[in-house]
Design a protein around this ligand. Structure first.
Ligand code: SF4
Ligand code: SF4
Length: 122
């Protein structure tokens, strides 16, 4: 992934996201997805009824919500019926959070995610 330029990366992910059947398996299995209401089901943000879901909005919305939260368990990757490499995506997001905020989920017992503000949806 690191060898691709930005345009190639975008094209790679765009093609991957286009295979999504919007089963919500990645979200449902995730131990760190615990909001009572899910942004991915907000019709103001994501068009409902579209399969594949709005590309790349659906997946980037989830990726942003997993920033500073994902524990890299890999369950979303295993659950995805069409084999979208979600773990890779969330690992890249975690790397950005580490670089920008010096924060890795679960590495320090008392530390809170720099994006803790997203927890306001809880
Ligand atoms: S790898 Fe991250 S996003 Fe995927 S299920 Fe585990 S905690 Fe959730
Ligand atoms: S598990 Fe795969 S197919 Fe299902 S919503 Fe997630 S990315 Fe899409």
């Amino acid at each position: 992934m690191d060898e691709l330029n930005l345009e190639e990366r975008f094209s790679y992910w765009f093609k991957e996201f286009d295979r999504c059947i919007k089963c919500y398996g990645c979200r449902d299995i995730c131990p760190m997805c615990f909001c009572k209401t899910c942004t991915l089901e907000e019709s103001d943000l994501i068009n409902t009824g579209d399969v594949p879901p709005e590309n790349p909005m659906f997946h980037l919305t989830r990726a942003v919500h997993m920033a500073g939260r994902c524990i890299d368990c890999g369950l979303c990757n295993e659950a995805c019926p069409v084999g979208i490499p979600l773990r890779t995506l969330y690992k890249k997001v975690a790397d950005i959070i580490d670089q920008e905020f010096d924060y890795r989920t679960g590495f320090t017992e008392d530390a809170k995610s720099p994006l803790n503000i997203l927890g306001g949806a809880l």
